[in-house]
Design a protein around this ligand. Structure first.
Ligand SMILES: Cc1cccc(C(=O)O)c1OC(=O)C1CC1
Ligand SMILES: [Zn+2]
Length: 311
C-alpha cells in the first residue's frame, strides 16, 4: 500500500496491550487508520439521542494512546474489518470500502452500544451493568454487522425480521470472537464473573426463548428483537456445534461452514421483511449452493430449524 504504515499502541479496557494503525499530522498522532479507513472519535459524553453527535478525532502527542475505550474501539474495528475482508472478501460494511467511524464516551454512563445508520456509538456503561462497551470484540462485531445487514438484507428492526437482524449480529459477533457462544461477557457485570448478556448455546439462561413456540409476541423491545433472536441463535449454535433439542438431534458442521451459510443467506436471500420461516429456507438454500443439495450441511440446517420449531 502506498501509505506509510504507522503503528500506535495502548492498553485496552481490560488492561491488555494492543497495537493498531494510526496517522500523524503535524506534531500530533491520530486514531486514523488510512489503510482501512477507520477513524475513532471522542463524543465527550454528548447525549446519544442528540441529532448530530459530533466528536473529536482521538489524538496523542506520542504513538501511545492513553484512553482504553479509544484503543479498543479502534483496534477491534480493525479486527472486524479484517475478518470481513479475509473471511468473506467484503471490503467494509457496504462492500465499497466506505469509511468506518466509531464514537466513544457517548452519553452519561450509557449501558448501550449502537450502529446509528452511519457510525458506531459506544457508551461507558455505569460500571455495574456494563463497563465501557468498546471493550469487547463481540460487541464491536455485533454493531458493525448491523451496518452489513443494513447494506444487504436490510432486515427491518422489529418483530421477526428484527430478531433475525439481531441474531445475525450475534452470530458474527461470536464467529469473530471464535472461542465461545457468549455475547458481551467481557464488558457485562464486572462484579459477576462468568455471566454474559446472551448465550447462543443456552438462550434460556438469559431469558431468551430457544424454541419458536415460546416466542415473545408483545410490543416491548421493538417486538422482542433482543428476545426472539435467541431462537435463531440456538439454531445457528446447533448447526455449528450439533446437539439435541425437542427430541431432534443435529449433527454439527463447525463454525467455518456455519458462518459461510449465514453470510450467504444474509447477502443473497434475506430481505427487509423476512420472517423466521424465510430464514430457514434461506439457510437451506445457502447450504445447497455451498455444499450440495443432499449434503450433510443441508441436513444439519433442516435438523436445527426443526429443533427450534421453525418448520
Ligand atoms: C448493549 C445493547 C443495548 C441495546 C441494543 C444493543 C444492540 O446493539 O442491539 C446493545 O448492544 C448489544 O447487544 C451488543 C452485543 C452486546
Ligand atoms: Zn444489536
Amino acid at each position: 500500500n502506498i501509505l506509510q504504515e504507522l503503528t500506535g499502541n495502548g492498553k485496552g479496557v481490560k488492561g491488555d496491550e494492543k497495537k493498531f494503525e494510526i496517522s500523524k499530522e503535524g506534531n500530533l498522532y491520530y486514531l486514523n487508520d488510512k489503510i482501512r479507513k477507520i477513524s475513532t472519535y471522542d463524543a465527550q459524553n454528548q447525549h446519544e439521542n442528540s441529532p448530530i453527535i459530533s466528536g473529536k478525532l482521538v489524538s496523542s502527542k506520542t504513538t501511545t494512546f492513553s484512553d482504553p475505550s479509544s484503543v479498543d474501539a479502534h483496534a477491534y474495528a480493525e479486527r472486524t474489518y479484517d475478518f470481513y475482508k479475509k473471511t468473506f472478501n467484503r471490503d467494509s460494511y457496504d462492500a465499497k470500502s466506505s469509511p468506518i467511524k466509531s464514537y466513544i464516551h457517548v452519553g452519561e454512563k450509557w449501558n448501550n452500544a449502537a450502529w446509528d445508520g452511519e457510525k458506531m456509538l459506544y457508551g461507558d456503561g455505569d460500571g455495574k451493568t456494563f463497563i465501557s462497551l468498546a471493550g469487547a470484540l463481540d460487541v464491536i462485531a455485533h454493531e458493525l454487522t448491523h451496518a452489513v445487514t443494513q447494506f444487504t438484507a436490510n432486515l427491518q428492526y422489529r418483530d421477526e425480521p428484527g430478531a433475525l437482524n439481531e441474531s445475525m449480529s450475534d452470530i458474527m459477533g461470536v464467529m469473530i470472537d471464535d472461542n465461545d457462544w457468549l455475547i458481551g461477557e467481557d464488558v457485562y457485570t464486572p462484579n459477576k464473573p462468568g455471566d454474559a448478556l446472551r448465550s447462543m448455546s443456552n438462550p434460556k439462561k438469559y431469558n431468551q426463548p430457544d424454541h419458536y413456540d415460546d416466542r415473545y409476541t408483545g410490543y416491548q423491545d421493538n417486538g422482542g428483537v433482543h428476545i426472539n433472536s435467541g431462537i435463531n441463535n440456538k439454531a445457528a449454535y446447533l448447526i455449528a456445534a450439533g446437539g439435541k433439542q425437542s427430541s431432534v438431534t443435529v449433527d454439527g458442521i463447525g463454525r467455518v461452514k456455519t458462518r459461510a451459510i449465514y453470510y450467504r443467506a444474509l447477502t443473497e436471500y434475506l430481505t427487509a421483511t423476512s420472517q423466521f420461516i424465510d430464514m430457514r429456507d434461506a439457510a437451506i438454500q445457502s447450504a445447497k449452493d455451498l455444499y450440495g443439495a443432499n449434503s450433510k450441511e443441508v441436513k444439519a440446517v433442516k435438523q436445527a430449524y426443526d429443533a427450534v420449531g421453525v418448520v
